[in-house]
Write a protein that binds this ligand. Sequence first.
Ligand code: PLP
Length: 366
Amino acid sequence: MIPVAEPWIGEEELQLVMEAVKSGWVSSSGRFVTEFEERFAAYCGARCGVATSNGTAALHLALAALGIGPGDEVIVPALTFVATANAVTFTGARPVIVDVCMDNWGLDAEQLEAAITPRTRAIIPVHLYGHPCNMDAIMPVARASGLFVVEDAAEAHGAEIRGRKVGTLADVGCFSFYGNKIMTTGEGGMCLTNDPALAQRMRVLRGHGMSADRKYWHEVVGFNYRMTNLQAALGVAQLGKLDRLVEKKRQIAQWYAERLKDLEAPGILGLHPEAAWARCVYWMYSILVKGEPGEATRLMAELATRGIETRPFFVPMHLLPPYRLDTRLPVAETLYSQGINLPSGTRLEEDQVDWIASSVRQVLGR
Ligand SMILES: *Cc1c(COP(=O)(O)O)cnc(C)c1O
């Protein structure tokens, strides 16, 4: 089976994880956590990094540190992984679901304003499947209404808007290092911010709310959202090859586009977008299967019989039991019914992409 994603782990990872194990610092003390925070923040161009146990914890930690809580509303896109909305729910606030746009599959800036109420405190744009959201349109709306912005960059390590890395373009940027993400620490996450005071609040909340200068003095109710030294060792090694991982994702995208782009004009497929202002990192190279309803599902089943693993797009938030709405959000629903993720692992070879693309064409009768 050709997998949709797989980690690229080599000798450097083994070396550093072994060093961490041998040092005896197997929990969250030890040199790798700070090193990983500093180096990942520097890579992205942010002042501070706060490593966490996973990406969902990073989102929750950011919202908690910004003081989001019961009675508040936080705007999230309809098309995302459920953790974005759940992190809002964990704080006691209510996620307000807004449709995405066809251009980049992220939050539709034009529909933002209408969703803002006196209770709105924050917006979480999600850089979906590696494509940056239109932050140039989102940030002015947020600032005009005095709202915080937390970027969910879990799927977009290294993605850029005109040379600036995502995750550094708002108040906090949250990353995931889960095993199928662009770089991994097994489980893991990080919050980036340019505000040292906010970083400090996140550090305190991450470690049971314990004061930095007085042992067992807990001024607030915190969490245990710490990253271990073992995870961070893996992260330092992965960060060393993040540019290569991103380059390979972009190479894979180019291979797919070369072999499928003639199906775009006749309206058979939609290809993964890349806006002129964006550098997409194609976490999962994705296509839209136009035509009859159910065609995407049929394609996925046929590809599976040829040993090609695919994934459907995320189920839009407003169709899930905890967040169900009666309103229709047409763009998210269309993307959901047509979208599939093709194999995008960084070990993928060009002849495998050949085989996948020709299988897609065969199944679609092209
Ligand atoms: C993976 C992901 C998360 C959650 O990350 P975990 O590390 O699995 O907790 C959050 N948001 C998005 C968009 C993701 O893809």
